[in-house]
Design a protein around this ligand. Sequence first.
Ligand SMILES: NC(=O)c1ccc[n+]([C@@H]2O[C@H](COP(=O)([O-])OP(=O)(O)OC[C@H]3O[C@@H](n4cnc5c(N)ncnc54)[C@H](OP(=O)(O)O)[C@@H]3O)[C@@H](O)[C@H]2O)c1
Length: 332
Amino acid sequence: MIQTIHLKKRPVGAPTLDNFELTESENNLSITDGEVLLETKYLSVDPYLRGRMSDAKSYVPPFEVGQPLNSGIIAEVIESKNENFKKGDFVRDRLDWKTLQISNGENLQKVDPDKAPLSAYLGIVGMTGLTAYLGLHEIGKPKKGETLIVSGAAGAVGSVVGQIGKILGLTVIGIAGSDEKVELLKSEFGFDRGINYKTTDDMKAAIKEAAPNGVDIYFDNVGGEISDAVLFSINKFARIINCGAISVYNNTETPTGVSVQPFLIKNSALMQGFIVSNYADKFPEAMQQLSKWLAEEKLTYRETIVKGFENTPQAFLDMMDGKKKGKMIVKV
Ligand SMILES: NC(=O)c1ccc[n+]([C@@H]2O[C@H](COP(=O)([O-])OP(=O)(O)OC[C@H]3O[C@@H](n4cnc5c(N)ncnc54)[C@H](OP(=O)(O)O)[C@@H]3O)[C@@H](O)[C@H]2O)c1
Protein backbone atom coordinates (compact mmCIF):
# COMPACT_ATOMS: atom_id res chain seq x y z
CA MET A 1 0.00 0.00 0.00
CA ILE A 2 1.24 3.52 -0.83
CA GLN A 3 0.09 6.54 1.17
CA THR A 4 0.12 9.99 -0.46
CA ILE A 5 -0.72 13.45 0.93
CA HIS A 6 -2.25 15.85 -1.58
CA LEU A 7 -3.09 19.55 -1.48
CA LYS A 8 -6.87 19.36 -1.29
CA LYS A 9 -7.58 23.10 -1.42
CA ARG A 10 -5.58 26.27 -1.06
CA PRO A 11 -5.65 27.91 2.37
CA VAL A 12 -7.04 31.40 2.84
CA GLY A 13 -5.35 32.70 6.00
CA ALA A 14 -4.03 30.07 8.39
CA PRO A 15 -3.98 26.53 6.92
CA THR A 16 -5.96 23.73 8.59
CA LEU A 17 -6.13 19.95 8.21
CA ASP A 18 -8.92 20.50 5.63
CA ASN A 19 -6.29 21.73 3.18
CA PHE A 20 -4.73 18.26 2.99
CA GLU A 21 -5.95 14.86 1.87
CA LEU A 22 -4.41 11.46 2.56
CA THR A 23 -5.06 8.71 0.00
CA GLU A 24 -4.04 5.06 -0.19
CA SER A 25 -3.35 3.06 -3.34
CA GLU A 26 -2.08 -0.39 -4.26
CA ASN A 27 1.67 -0.72 -4.62
CA ASN A 28 2.08 -1.64 -8.27
CA LEU A 29 5.30 0.33 -8.77
CA SER A 30 7.97 -1.31 -10.86
CA ILE A 31 11.25 0.30 -11.85
CA THR A 32 12.96 0.28 -15.22
CA ASP A 33 16.61 0.90 -16.19
CA GLY A 34 18.13 3.93 -14.48
CA GLU A 35 15.45 4.11 -11.80
CA VAL A 36 15.35 3.47 -8.05
CA LEU A 37 12.45 2.65 -5.74
CA LEU A 38 12.47 4.83 -2.63
CA GLU A 39 10.86 4.34 0.76
CA THR A 40 10.36 7.56 2.71
CA LYS A 41 12.01 7.60 6.15
CA TYR A 42 11.97 11.27 7.28
CA LEU A 43 10.08 14.31 5.96
CA SER A 44 10.90 17.95 6.59
CA VAL A 45 8.04 20.36 7.27
CA ASP A 46 9.11 23.96 6.64
CA PRO A 47 7.56 27.44 6.70
CA TYR A 48 8.21 28.02 2.96
CA LEU A 49 5.67 25.28 2.17
CA ARG A 50 2.95 27.72 3.34
CA GLY A 51 3.88 30.02 0.46
CA ARG A 52 3.74 27.13 -2.00
CA MET A 53 0.20 26.26 -0.86
CA SER A 54 -0.93 29.65 -2.25
CA ASP A 55 -1.19 30.43 -5.91
CA ALA A 56 1.20 33.39 -5.73
CA LYS A 57 4.40 33.87 -7.70
CA SER A 58 7.46 33.17 -5.56
CA TYR A 59 10.94 31.76 -5.79
CA VAL A 60 9.57 28.17 -5.88
CA PRO A 61 6.49 27.25 -7.93
CA PRO A 62 3.17 26.75 -6.08
CA PHE A 63 1.80 23.27 -5.35
CA GLU A 64 -1.05 22.20 -7.62
CA VAL A 65 -4.44 21.44 -6.09
CA GLY A 66 -5.08 17.68 -6.20
CA GLN A 67 -1.37 16.89 -6.54
CA PRO A 68 1.02 15.61 -3.84
CA LEU A 69 2.91 18.15 -1.77
CA ASN A 70 6.69 17.80 -1.63
CA SER A 71 9.56 18.80 0.63
CA GLY A 72 13.00 17.66 1.75
CA ILE A 73 12.88 13.91 2.35
CA ILE A 74 15.33 11.24 3.46
CA ALA A 75 14.52 7.94 1.77
CA GLU A 76 15.99 4.46 1.61
CA VAL A 77 16.72 2.84 -1.73
CA ILE A 78 14.81 -0.44 -1.57
CA GLU A 79 15.37 -1.49 -5.20
CA SER A 80 17.79 -0.12 -7.78
CA LYS A 81 18.36 -0.31 -11.52
CA ASN A 82 20.63 2.75 -11.37
CA GLU A 83 24.37 2.08 -11.18
CA ASN A 84 24.94 5.03 -8.83
CA PHE A 85 22.70 3.65 -6.07
CA LYS A 86 22.34 0.29 -4.39
CA LYS A 87 19.69 -1.23 -2.14
CA GLY A 88 20.17 0.07 1.41
CA ASP A 89 21.58 3.48 0.40
CA PHE A 90 20.00 6.50 2.06
CA VAL A 91 19.34 9.56 -0.10
CA ARG A 92 18.02 13.11 0.22
CA ASP A 93 15.99 15.07 -2.30
CA ARG A 94 12.89 17.24 -2.59
CA LEU A 95 10.38 14.41 -3.03
CA ASP A 96 6.63 13.92 -3.02
CA TRP A 97 4.77 13.29 0.22
CA LYS A 98 4.44 9.57 -0.55
CA THR A 99 5.56 6.54 1.43
CA LEU A 100 6.95 4.89 -1.73
CA GLN A 101 8.00 6.46 -5.04
CA ILE A 102 10.23 6.02 -8.07
CA SER A 103 13.12 8.35 -8.92
CA ASN A 104 15.41 8.51 -11.93
CA GLY A 105 18.22 9.33 -9.51
CA GLU A 106 18.98 12.71 -11.11
CA ASN A 107 18.82 14.91 -8.01
CA LEU A 108 19.35 12.30 -5.31
CA GLN A 109 22.19 12.99 -2.89
CA LYS A 110 23.53 10.09 -0.83
CA VAL A 111 23.64 10.69 2.93
CA ASP A 112 25.74 8.71 5.38
CA PRO A 113 23.98 7.53 8.58
CA ASP A 114 27.40 6.86 10.15
CA LYS A 115 28.41 10.52 9.89
CA ALA A 116 25.20 12.07 11.28
CA PRO A 117 21.74 10.83 12.26
CA LEU A 118 19.56 10.66 9.14
CA SER A 119 17.14 13.32 10.41
CA ALA A 120 20.01 15.82 10.80
CA TYR A 121 20.40 15.90 7.00
CA LEU A 122 17.08 17.78 6.92
CA GLY A 123 18.26 20.27 9.55
CA ILE A 124 21.67 21.20 10.84
CA VAL A 125 23.57 19.39 8.06
CA GLY A 126 20.86 20.20 5.55
CA MET A 127 18.93 23.17 4.23
CA THR A 128 18.30 24.93 7.56
CA GLY A 129 21.96 24.70 8.67
CA LEU A 130 23.09 26.10 5.31
CA THR A 131 20.54 28.91 5.59
CA ALA A 132 21.84 29.90 9.02
CA TYR A 133 25.50 29.76 8.01
CA LEU A 134 25.23 31.44 4.63
CA GLY A 135 22.69 34.10 5.61
CA LEU A 136 24.82 35.15 8.56
CA HIS A 137 28.13 35.13 6.67
CA GLU A 138 27.15 36.39 3.22
CA ILE A 139 24.86 39.24 4.29
CA GLY A 140 25.54 39.60 8.02
CA LYS A 141 29.34 39.70 7.61
CA PRO A 142 29.84 39.17 11.36
CA LYS A 143 32.78 40.72 13.20
CA LYS A 144 33.94 39.71 16.67
CA GLY A 145 32.47 41.91 19.40
CA GLU A 146 29.35 42.91 17.44
CA THR A 147 25.77 42.42 18.63
CA LEU A 148 23.53 39.98 16.74
CA ILE A 149 19.81 39.69 17.30
CA VAL A 150 17.89 36.70 15.92
CA SER A 151 14.11 36.31 15.63
CA GLY A 152 12.53 32.85 15.44
CA ALA A 153 15.55 32.08 17.62
CA ALA A 154 14.48 28.70 19.03
CA GLY A 155 13.64 27.33 15.57
CA ALA A 156 15.67 25.28 13.11
CA VAL A 157 17.45 28.21 11.45
CA GLY A 158 17.46 30.63 14.39
CA SER A 159 19.02 28.26 16.92
CA VAL A 160 21.95 27.62 14.56
CA VAL A 161 22.40 31.31 13.70
CA GLY A 162 22.76 32.18 17.39
CA GLN A 163 25.26 29.42 18.05
CA ILE A 164 27.40 30.44 15.07
CA GLY A 165 27.26 34.00 16.38
CA LYS A 166 28.69 32.81 19.70
CA ILE A 167 31.43 30.76 17.99
CA LEU A 168 32.43 33.94 16.13
CA GLY A 169 32.58 36.01 19.32
CA LEU A 170 29.39 38.07 19.02
CA THR A 171 26.92 39.07 21.72
CA VAL A 172 23.76 37.16 20.77
CA ILE A 173 20.17 37.97 21.67
CA GLY A 174 17.27 35.71 20.68
CA ILE A 175 13.56 36.42 20.32
CA ALA A 176 11.20 33.45 20.75
CA GLY A 177 7.60 32.63 21.64
CA SER A 178 7.71 31.14 25.15
CA ASP A 179 9.66 31.37 28.42
CA GLU A 180 10.70 27.76 27.97
CA LYS A 181 12.17 28.55 24.56
CA VAL A 182 13.95 31.64 25.92
CA GLU A 183 15.46 29.47 28.66
CA LEU A 184 16.54 26.92 26.05
CA LEU A 185 18.28 29.65 24.03
CA LYS A 186 20.49 30.46 27.00
CA SER A 187 20.96 27.03 28.58
CA GLU A 188 21.39 24.89 25.47
CA PHE A 189 22.38 27.19 22.63
CA GLY A 190 24.56 29.66 24.56
CA PHE A 191 22.68 32.88 23.67
CA ASP A 192 23.51 35.78 25.99
CA ARG A 193 19.94 37.04 26.39
CA GLY A 194 16.44 36.19 25.23
CA ILE A 195 13.09 37.95 24.84
CA ASN A 196 9.68 36.25 24.88
CA TYR A 197 7.77 38.32 22.31
CA LYS A 198 4.44 36.86 23.44
CA THR A 199 4.69 38.23 26.99
CA THR A 200 6.58 41.47 26.26
CA ASP A 201 4.31 44.54 25.96
CA ASP A 202 6.96 46.87 24.60
CA MET A 203 9.32 45.10 22.17
CA LYS A 204 11.18 48.33 21.35
CA ALA A 205 12.09 48.84 25.02
CA ALA A 206 12.90 45.16 25.56
CA ILE A 207 15.30 45.15 22.59
CA LYS A 208 16.97 48.38 23.76
CA GLU A 209 17.44 46.84 27.20
CA ALA A 210 18.79 43.54 25.83
CA ALA A 211 21.12 45.31 23.36
CA PRO A 212 22.39 48.39 25.22
CA ASN A 213 25.13 48.93 22.59
CA GLY A 214 22.65 48.65 19.72
CA VAL A 215 22.22 45.96 17.05
CA ASP A 216 24.87 45.41 14.37
CA ILE A 217 23.26 42.38 12.71
CA TYR A 218 19.60 41.38 12.67
CA PHE A 219 18.88 37.87 11.36
CA ASP A 220 15.18 38.17 10.60
CA ASN A 221 13.15 34.96 10.45
CA VAL A 222 9.74 36.44 11.23
CA GLY A 223 9.18 39.94 9.76
CA GLY A 224 6.19 41.99 10.92
CA GLU A 225 6.00 43.90 14.20
CA ILE A 226 8.99 42.19 15.83
CA SER A 227 11.20 43.33 12.98
CA ASP A 228 9.73 46.83 13.07
CA ALA A 229 10.77 47.04 16.73
CA VAL A 230 14.36 45.94 16.00
CA LEU A 231 14.80 48.87 13.56
CA PHE A 232 14.72 51.30 16.51
CA SER A 233 17.96 49.78 17.87
CA ILE A 234 20.09 49.33 14.76
CA ASN A 235 23.60 50.79 14.71
CA LYS A 236 25.46 52.60 11.97
CA PHE A 237 26.29 50.16 9.13
CA ALA A 238 23.95 47.49 10.57
CA ARG A 239 23.13 44.50 8.34
CA ILE A 240 19.63 43.04 8.25
CA ILE A 241 19.20 39.58 6.74
CA ASN A 242 15.61 39.10 5.51
CA CYS A 243 15.57 35.33 5.72
CA GLY A 244 11.92 34.74 6.56
CA ALA A 245 8.69 36.54 7.43
CA ILE A 246 6.60 33.79 9.02
CA SER A 247 4.52 36.30 11.01
CA VAL A 248 2.88 37.48 7.78
CA TYR A 249 2.76 34.23 5.72
CA ASN A 250 -0.94 33.74 6.56
CA ASN A 251 -1.94 37.37 5.88
CA THR A 252 -4.61 37.87 3.26
CA GLU A 253 -3.79 41.59 2.83
CA THR A 254 -0.38 43.13 2.08
CA PRO A 255 1.12 43.77 5.53
CA THR A 256 1.96 47.35 6.56
CA GLY A 257 4.41 48.52 9.18
CA VAL A 258 6.94 51.24 9.91
CA SER A 259 8.70 52.82 6.92
CA VAL A 260 12.12 51.21 6.84
CA GLN A 261 13.81 53.81 4.64
CA PRO A 262 14.58 56.48 7.28
CA PHE A 263 16.12 53.84 9.56
CA LEU A 264 18.31 52.50 6.77
CA ILE A 265 19.36 55.96 5.57
CA LYS A 266 20.17 57.39 9.01
CA ASN A 267 22.26 54.34 9.86
CA SER A 268 23.76 53.65 6.43
CA ALA A 269 22.31 50.20 7.08
CA LEU A 270 21.83 47.29 4.67
CA MET A 271 18.67 45.19 4.44
CA GLN A 272 18.82 42.33 1.96
CA GLY A 273 16.51 39.47 1.04
CA PHE A 274 18.15 36.05 1.36
CA ILE A 275 17.31 32.81 -0.46
CA VAL A 276 19.62 29.94 0.38
CA SER A 277 19.49 28.41 -3.13
CA ASN A 278 21.19 31.54 -4.52
CA TYR A 279 24.35 30.46 -2.71
CA ALA A 280 24.59 26.89 -4.03
CA ASP A 281 28.24 27.38 -5.00
CA LYS A 282 29.04 27.98 -1.32
CA PHE A 283 27.22 24.85 -0.02
CA PRO A 284 30.33 22.58 0.12
CA GLU A 285 32.39 25.07 2.14
CA ALA A 286 29.45 25.86 4.46
CA MET A 287 28.66 22.17 4.97
CA GLN A 288 32.27 21.38 5.75
CA GLN A 289 32.36 24.07 8.44
CA LEU A 290 28.99 23.07 9.95
CA SER A 291 30.07 19.39 10.09
CA LYS A 292 33.39 20.33 11.69
CA TRP A 293 31.73 22.45 14.39
CA LEU A 294 29.21 19.66 15.00
CA ALA A 295 31.99 17.06 15.37
CA GLU A 296 33.85 19.41 17.74
CA GLU A 297 30.61 19.82 19.74
CA LYS A 298 30.71 23.58 19.20
CA LEU A 299 27.26 23.29 17.61
CA THR A 300 24.28 21.39 18.90
CA TYR A 301 20.72 21.04 17.63
CA ARG A 302 17.22 20.20 18.74
CA GLU A 303 14.60 18.25 16.83
CA THR A 304 10.93 17.66 17.46
CA ILE A 305 10.16 14.34 15.78
CA VAL A 306 6.55 13.43 15.02
CA LYS A 307 5.92 9.78 14.28
CA GLY A 308 3.68 8.57 11.42
CA PHE A 309 3.46 9.69 7.78
CA GLU A 310 -0.26 10.42 8.24
CA ASN A 311 0.65 13.05 10.88
CA THR A 312 2.66 15.16 8.42
CA PRO A 313 -0.08 17.83 7.92
CA GLN A 314 -0.54 18.24 11.69
CA ALA A 315 3.24 18.44 12.14
CA PHE A 316 3.31 21.22 9.52
CA LEU A 317 0.52 23.14 11.30
CA ASP A 318 2.24 22.72 14.69
CA MET A 319 5.53 23.94 13.23
CA MET A 320 3.81 27.07 11.93
CA ASP A 321 2.25 27.62 15.39
CA GLY A 322 5.55 27.21 17.22
CA LYS A 323 4.45 23.99 18.94
CA LYS A 324 7.93 22.47 18.78
CA LYS A 325 11.56 23.23 19.52
CA GLY A 326 14.33 23.30 16.94
CA LYS A 327 13.67 21.48 13.66
CA MET A 328 10.29 19.82 13.10
CA ILE A 329 10.61 16.45 11.38
CA VAL A 330 8.25 13.58 10.60
CA LYS A 331 9.53 10.01 11.01
CA VAL A 332 7.64 7.49 8.94
N1 LIG B 1 15.21 32.36 2.72
C1 LIG B 1 15.57 31.08 2.80
O1 LIG B 1 16.31 30.56 1.99
C2 LIG B 1 15.02 30.31 3.95
C3 LIG B 1 15.40 28.98 4.19
C4 LIG B 1 14.88 28.34 5.34
C5 LIG B 1 14.01 29.02 6.17
N2 LIG B 1 13.63 30.29 5.85
C6 LIG B 1 12.74 31.07 6.71
O2 LIG B 1 13.34 31.15 7.98
C7 LIG B 1 12.33 31.17 8.99
C8 LIG B 1 12.59 30.04 9.99
O3 LIG B 1 12.46 28.79 9.33
P1 LIG B 1 12.67 27.44 10.14
O4 LIG B 1 12.63 26.34 9.17
O5 LIG B 1 13.84 27.60 11.02
O6 LIG B 1 11.34 27.38 11.00
P2 LIG B 1 11.23 27.31 12.57
O7 LIG B 1 11.79 28.58 13.13
O8 LIG B 1 11.83 26.05 13.04
O9 LIG B 1 9.65 27.26 12.81
C9 LIG B 1 8.87 28.37 12.64
C10 LIG B 1 8.80 29.20 13.95
O10 LIG B 1 8.29 30.49 13.67
C11 LIG B 1 7.78 31.04 14.85
N3 LIG B 1 6.59 31.84 14.55
C12 LIG B 1 5.42 31.40 14.04
N4 LIG B 1 4.55 32.43 13.93
C13 LIG B 1 5.20 33.53 14.38
C14 LIG B 1 4.83 34.89 14.54
N5 LIG B 1 3.61 35.34 14.19
N6 LIG B 1 5.73 35.76 15.03
C15 LIG B 1 6.97 35.33 15.39
N7 LIG B 1 7.38 34.04 15.29
C16 LIG B 1 6.51 33.16 14.78
C17 LIG B 1 7.44 29.89 15.78
O11 LIG B 1 8.28 29.95 16.94
P3 LIG B 1 7.86 30.81 18.24
O12 LIG B 1 7.39 29.84 19.25
O13 LIG B 1 9.14 31.47 18.61
O14 LIG B 1 6.78 31.76 17.83
C18 LIG B 1 7.81 28.65 14.96
O15 LIG B 1 8.40 27.64 15.73
C19 LIG B 1 11.00 31.04 8.27
O16 LIG B 1 10.44 32.33 8.10
C20 LIG B 1 11.38 30.46 6.94
O17 LIG B 1 10.46 30.79 5.93
C21 LIG B 1 14.13 30.94 4.78
